[in-house]
Design a protein around this ligand. Structure first.
Ligand code: ADP
Ligand code: MG
Length: 508
């Protein structure tokens, strides 16, 4: 199934109401027209134009609330995730434009962002989807200077960043990339999820190293992994949801930075440059260019998000821009990038596996119940005489309203007689006797009709069960043979390390 990337834009409220605000027009909350000031030099921008237009799935203006962003952007994504599809939401924009505000939120509960709201929604939905059994696992990492760190490792609260274990990527013999030193936490309810998120954010903020000034220079990936089982079909599925707060996208001028900062700028710029290169390569491939190689492996972030960018994943980008003219150049760069992303599409599929043995077992049990029901019918017992009696009263016996009392009484007597609740039928007159026969005939006809319908239904169902069972048994033995010949055919394997579907070699 094709899934076009969705790109949303969020405008950060202006700090002041001065003329320094960016001038723009918004059409139907989908098209943004930015009016270019005449006197501003805008680098590569063609100055002969006085406006530029950009299209989005939806534009959230300066007044939009956290709840609006959540409902419009996140709910459909999470529903997909709960249905078994991989999904990613990533925020992109210059530092200060509202990425963290959008993804994590501000201090108050009311201003919480996409991630905490997603956690509430996930657990509310799980409670509602009763025919599914779910397990949710959380991990949270930060990529800083081309190194990735676990944000849910409590020990990181006590030791400086230099001593933290870096997350290592390694490839197994089936070409899957695994992450070592990334903890995975099973999470049973919203509160546990929020606690993990808060711990991660806390570890990110308090580490006694350059980290505390660096939040804008690191990428953060919050990942929920779902293992689900549809108990009615014995289908198992696994999906991943990445909620990503990228580093600031600004191009830091080299003359402004030195020392450690220069190092950071180099890495951050590089990884975002590589992200851009990946998007450009994917765009070219979509337009038919012969591009076999997509340079995911140039940076850790693009390696980790390979599936989100060009694989099996429903991907959504939230571009955030400031509303000040001072930031116009950066905003235009974000807007242009988002247009490229918006052209991409991924091929998505549900990561599922049917437990054929369980299906066969369940079908055989259901078949047994049906056979027993059929036998009961053939023996003449309905198995549920009270129910049938009610049906008879509703269908055969006319309501007493407007009916001669003796007719109704006779019909009731006939029913009792046929149900062997009385042994005799007393009749006073020829008319009464005739009415008795009429009532018997009606009752007989209705019951026969019921029997025939029910019998046909059961036989058809049995026939279908036989067909399904035969098919499933064939599939099961086919798979067994196949598995015996290729022992590595294990679809979902999860241990301490997190598995990412990729055939790429890691870049470290
Ligand atoms: P980024 O993560 O992109 O560097 P932040 O999310 O930290 O930017 O936002 C910078 C500041 O602006 C924060 O104080 C944040 O609370 C505020 N802010 C960002 N977006 C909004 C918004 N849409 N509404 C209100 N305040 C916002
Ligand atoms: Mg931030």
């Amino acid at each position: 199934m094709k899934s076009q990337f969705e790109v949303y834009l969020r405008l950060k409220p202006s700090n002041n109401q001065s003329q320094n605000s960016m001038q723009y027009q918004l059409y139907h909350n989908k098209r943004l027209q930015v009016l270019l000031p005449r006197n501003v030099k805008l680098g590569m921008i063609n100055n002969s134009r006085d406006n530029l237009e950009f299209n989005f799935t939806h534009v959230f203006d300066q007044k939009s609330s956290q709840d609006q962003v959540f409902s419009k952007v996140t709910i459909p994504v999470i529903n997909s995730f709960l249905d078994g599809y991989n999904a990613t939401i990533f925020a992109y924009g210059q530092t200060g434009s509202g990425k963290t505000y959008t993804m994590s939120g501000a201090e108050t509960w009311q201003l919480r962002g996409v991630i905490p709201r997603a956690l509430s929604y996930i657990f509310d939905e799980i409670d509602k989807r009763t025919k599914f059994q779910y397990k949710i696992y959380i991990s949270f990492m930060e990529i800083y200077n081309e190194n990735a760190y676990d944000l849910l490792e409590k020990r990181h609260l006590e030791i400086p960043l230099e001593q933290w274990n870096k997350i290592a990527l390694f490839e197994d013999d089936q070409n899957n990339i695994h992450l070592k030193n990334l903890s995975i936490h099973q999470c049973n309810n919203e509160q546990e999820g929020i606690d993990l998120l808060m711990m991660g954010n806390f570890i990110r903020q308090v580490s006694s190293t350059p980290m505390n000034q660096s939040s804008s220079r690191s990428h953060c990936i919050f990942t929920a992994t779902l293992e689900g089982c549809d108990t009615t079909t014995d289908t198992y599925f696994v999906s991943k949801l990445h909620l990503v707060d990228l580093a600031g996208s600004e191009r830091i001028s080299k003359s402004q930075v030195e020392g450690n900062l220069l190092n950071e700028a180099k890495y951050i710029n590089l990884s975002l440059t590589y992200l851009e290169q990946v998007i450009i390569a994917l765009n070219e491939r979509m337009k038919g260019a012969n591009r076999q190689h997509i340079p995911y492996r140039n940076s850790l972030m693009t390696t980790l998000l390979k599936d989100s960018l060009g694989g099996n994943c429903k991907t959504v980008m939230i571009a955030t821009i400031s509303s000040e003219n001072d930031n116009l150049e950066e905003s235009l760069s974000t807007l242009r990038f988002s247009q490229r992303v918006g052209q991409l599409e991924n091929e998505i599929r549900r990561n599922e596996k049917v437990d054929l043995e369980a299906v066969v077992k369940r079908l055989e049990q259901e078949k047994l119940v049906l056979i027993r029901e059929l036998e009961q019918y053939q023996r003449g017992g309905t198995g549920n005489s009270n129910n049938k009696k009610q049906q008879f009263q509703q269908q055969i016996l006319p309501q007493s309203n407007g009916m001669p009392l003796n007719k109704k009484q006779i019909q009731e007597k006939v029913e009792l007689y046929l149900n062997e609740q009385v042994t005799q039928l007393d009749v006073q007159s020829y008319e009464d006797a005739q009415m008795c026969f009429e009532a018997m005939k009606d009752l007989y006809n209705t019951r026969m009709k019921e029997y025939v319908t029910e019998l046909t239904f059961i036989s058809e169902k049995l026939q279908k069960y036989d067909e399904i069972l035969t098919r499933k048994k064939e599939q099961s033995s086919f798979l067994e043979q196949k598995e015996n010949s290729s022992p590595e055919n294990e679809i979902y394997k999860r241990n301490e390390s997190q598995q990412i579907n990729s055939k790429q070699k890691p870049n470290q």
